[in-house]
Design a protein. Structure first.
Length: 185
């Protein structure tokens, strides 16, 4: 999955260190928006922070045997956000999907298409049996993604994540390979 075209204007690609400034600018321009649900935003204060993060994601490919855990979502030739398969458990053939999108890219169906494409990759290429998505209970936009894609709501995790000065609850959604196959038909 070095480069994957999803639609004419939408694709995935690996990050490069040269993306650091664009990623930082995207975060900085969406800082207030992203900060509501992402606890790492205040830790990204300069381009060097984005560069370090990109290097860490690229190093993660070594640790997973060449599998990228996070990729850039490219929309109209610009980095719109990130998406990745996390918590990969090869023994149980399960993983979760995590994502974020810059504020200016909201409402275009980008993340739903990106998640669908990544799920195809997870189920068909990685041969996963289960993919989950966790979203903050009050984050309606993020929760709408798995709901649109036919995930089942499986539970509610109380005080699952510390975001700056308070805990947020998470809703857990799950999809099995056999369900994705029938959903896609």
């Amino acid at each position: 999955m070095l480069l994957q075209k999803i639609t004419e204007n939408l694709s995935f690609r690996l990050f490069t260190v040269d993306d650091a400034e664009e990623v930082f600018t995207l975060i900085n321009n969406s800082r207030t928006y992203l900060r509501e649900y992402l606890g790492w935003v205040d830790l990204t204060t300069e381009v060097k922070d984005s560069e370090t993060w990109i290097k860490t994601t690229l190093q993660g490919m070594v640790e997973t045997g060449g599998f990228p855990t996070t990729v850039a979502i490219i929309y109209g030739g610009k980095i719109a956000g990130t998406i990745g398969i996390q918590e990969l458990n090869r023994a149980n053939r399960s993983a979760s999907i995590g994502y974020w999108l810059g504020e200016g890219f909201q409402g275009k169906g980008i993340m739903t298409k990106a998640c669908s494409s990544l799920m195809d990759y997870g189920f068909n290429e990685l041969k996963l049996n289960r993919i989950s998505i966790k979203a903050a209970f009050s984050n309606e936009k993020s929760r709408a993604i798995p709901e649109r894609l036919g995930f089942r709501e499986e539970g509610h995790i109380r005080q699952a994540e510390w975001v700056y000065d308070h805990y947020v609850d998470h809703v857990v959604y799950g999809m099995l390979a056999e369900e994705w196959g029938s959903y896609q038909k």
